[in-house]
Design a protein around this ligand. Structure first.
Ligand SMILES: Cc1cc2nc3c(=O)[nH]c(=O)nc-3n(C[C@H](O)[C@H](O)[C@H](O)COP(=O)(O)O)c2cc1C
Length: 183
């Protein structure tokens, strides 16, 4: 790749957004162009100024934002890899339903799934992770070619323990850089 690789980094409303910020920072330091996208609920956990400060680019968070009317198509066209991180149970289920009424869902439907990787890194309570709605949605997404960076076992912010913790930022960054380096 002659230009710097371009990653679309989509954040959704999880407590693990702070870990996503660490991954974004490391990707930028590694020379990756990172364009962030955030749901309104993600912006309750991390500010737009933080995402712009980390990447040097304004976050895309609103389909109807003046001047950004075609971003849901153009950002999908420009990126080499998309990563939803952290991916909430809500967004996993919304993507599997093909809903496109927010930037994350619209970009997913505009993405060339057969040509470019779309990854999701879920983060949620272990009961949400094991819920049949979530497992069915993940099976559907995997069937469409989406790669899932499986969460790990461990303590949750709610005080419970189990599978559902977002994988660590170093692992996310290592996997993204390896994918970008492969032909
Ligand atoms: C403090 C707090 C932490 C949350 N953490 C998570 C989480 O880690 N995973 C998850 O699936 N939902 C979590 N939620 C619930 C989501 O924010 C909620 O389902 C929201 O509708 C997700 O919206 P989005 O997917 O559009 O960003 C949390 C909610 C609160 C208030």
């Amino acid at each position: 790749m002659s230009r710097s690789p371009n990653v679309l980094f989509l954040l959704t409303g999880s407590i693990a957004c702070f870990k996503a910020c660490a991954a974004i920072s490391r990707l930028v330091q590694a020379g990756v162009t990172v364009q962030t996208v955030a749901t309104p609920n993600a912006l309750r956990f991390v500010g737009a100024a933080t995402l712009e400060g980390l990447t040097g680019r304004p976050v895309f968070s609103e389909l109807w934002q003046p001047g950004r009317a075609l971003d849901h198509i153009e950002l999908a066209r420009a990126a080499d890899l998309a990563l939803v991180c952290p991916a909430t149970a809500n967004t996993v289920n919304r993507l599997a339903a093909g809903l496109a009424d927010d930037p994350v869902g619209a970009l997913f439907l505009a993405w060339e799934l057969d040509r470019k990787p779309w990854w999701i890194a879920p983060a949620m309570n272990h009961r949400m992770w094991q819920h049949p709605a979530t497992t069915a949605a993940l099976t559907r997404l995997r069937g469409w070619g989406v790669q899932v960076l499986d969460p790990i076992d461990g303590p949750h912010a709610c005080g419970e323990n189990g599978a559902g913790r977002l994988i660590e930022p170093e692992q996310i960054v290592a996997q993204v850089l390896a994918a970008l380096a492969s032909p």
